[in-house]
Design a protein around this ligand. Structure first.
Ligand code: PLP
Length: 359
């Protein structure tokens, strides 16, 4: 059944399961799990950092990073829609005593440099101490350009601020940047990382591992991060079983992200054709711009409930939410969405024949 809900639904492949079962294990809280150590070293070398830390989730690696950059009463500049601000249950405030300073996100996924600069507080007893700028790449499937990240980093460094990247989908961003520039995906990932003091990335999304995220940074930063992870209850024992899956993903399942992007492109173009020509959906379906493995489509209110029910009845799984009077559907391609799933989804939408409701 085509499951476009999220790239988190991916199942470990047979080869990944074999790597997991073969992994030598220790006790990572005691610091001697060889598979965790190997993953952390591999990731740090791969992305140009001194050290890395394996943790249960991206929510946790982001929080660990925020607590590393900011002390009680410090402030982090974030985007209104950033995961770190909107989708992590207020963790930085709840557990870090960190004040988030949200900034409007532009339609292309960037924060304006002037908005960032305007949000930085002077050294004055009235204000929280601004310490950090957080970017997210990809964000809603959109890729932040390298020269934009360089410009934000220059601004931040000039004002003495740290830079953290929520790179949950770092390799999707790198895949798109590499395609645009004719470089290698790992080279592009390193180029992204070069602008940040710390980077969080998810192994459990498009990369296809069952569990886990990585935090990357300097040796000192990661030493402190290890303590914070313990405070947050993220110390895991025979975690090598999971780390081996992550290591397998970093080696074998990065280059295939380009396939996910190609499949999403085909899905989007097919939906765009239906948005113009379909008897019921024509003029009622809007396909938003897409770049990587995430697509949003807006559906008019008078057909949205029946279209959602239709998709569910045809075993096409998507997520949906309300945005400014329309229903916004999210379609995500990943390891477990094949060409046949894209065909099945387009076929189901094309056969939709329920008339709009009145009023
Ligand atoms: C998924 C995601 C995370 C982390 O999510 P977890 O489910 O906690 O691993 C962080 N940031 C972004 C942008 C994400 O999409």
């Amino acid at each position: 059944m085509p499951d476009f809900r999220s790239d988190t639904v991916t199942q470990p492949t047979p080869a990944m399961r074999e790597a997991m079962m073969a992994a030598p294990l220790g006790d990572d809280v005691l610091g001697d799990d060889p598979s965790v150590i190997a993953l952390q070293q591999h990731a740090a070398d791969l992305l140009g950092f001194e050290a890395a830390l394996f943790a249960p989730s991206g929510t946790q690696t982001n929080l660990i990073a925020l607590m590393g950059h900011c002390q009680r009463g410090d402030e982090a500049i974030v985007g209104q829609s950033w995961h770190t601000y909107r989708w992590e249950a207020g963790g930085m405030a709840v557990l870090g005593s960190i004040q988030p300073q949200p900034v409007e996100v532009q339609p292309d996924g960037t924060l304006r440099l002037a908005d960032i600069a305007g949000a930085i507080k002077p050294d004055d007893a009235h204000f929280a101490r601004t310490r950090l700028v957080v970017l997210e790449n990809t964000t809603g499937g959109q890729v932040l350009p390298l020269d934009y990240m360089a410009a934000v980093a220059a601004l931040a460094r000039g004002r003495g601020l740290g830079m953290h990247l929520d790179g949950a989908r770092l390799f999707n961003a790198a895949t798109a940047l590499a395609a645009a520039q004719g470089t290698d995906v790992y080279t592009a990932a390193r180029a992204v990382c070069s602008h940040f003091d710390s980077v969080s990335l998810c192994l459990s999304k498009g990369l296809g591992a069952p569990v886990g995220s990585l935090l990357l940074g300097s040796a000192d930063f990661i030493r402190q991060a290890r303590r914070t992870r313990k405070i947050l209850g993220g110390g895991m024992r025979q975690a090598g079983l999971l780390a081996a899956a992550g290591q397998y993903a970093l080696v074998h399942q990065v280059r295939r992200l380009a396939d996910d992007h190609a499949r999403l492109d085909r899905l989007a173009r097919g939906l765009q054709r239906l948005a113009q020509s379909h008897a019921v959906l024509g003029g009622r379906l809007t396909v938003l711009p897409w770049q990587t493995n995430i697509l949003f489509t807006d559906v008019a209110a008078d057909v949205a409930p029946t279209l959602l029910a239709w998709l569910a009845a045809h075993d096409v799984r998507v997520t949906s939410g309300l945005y400014a009077g329309a229903t916004r559907l999210r379609w995500v391609t990943h390891l477990d969405v094949g060409d046949a799933d894209v065909d099945a989804a387009l076929d189901a939408v094309s056969r939709f024949d329920v008339p709009p409701t009145q009023g």
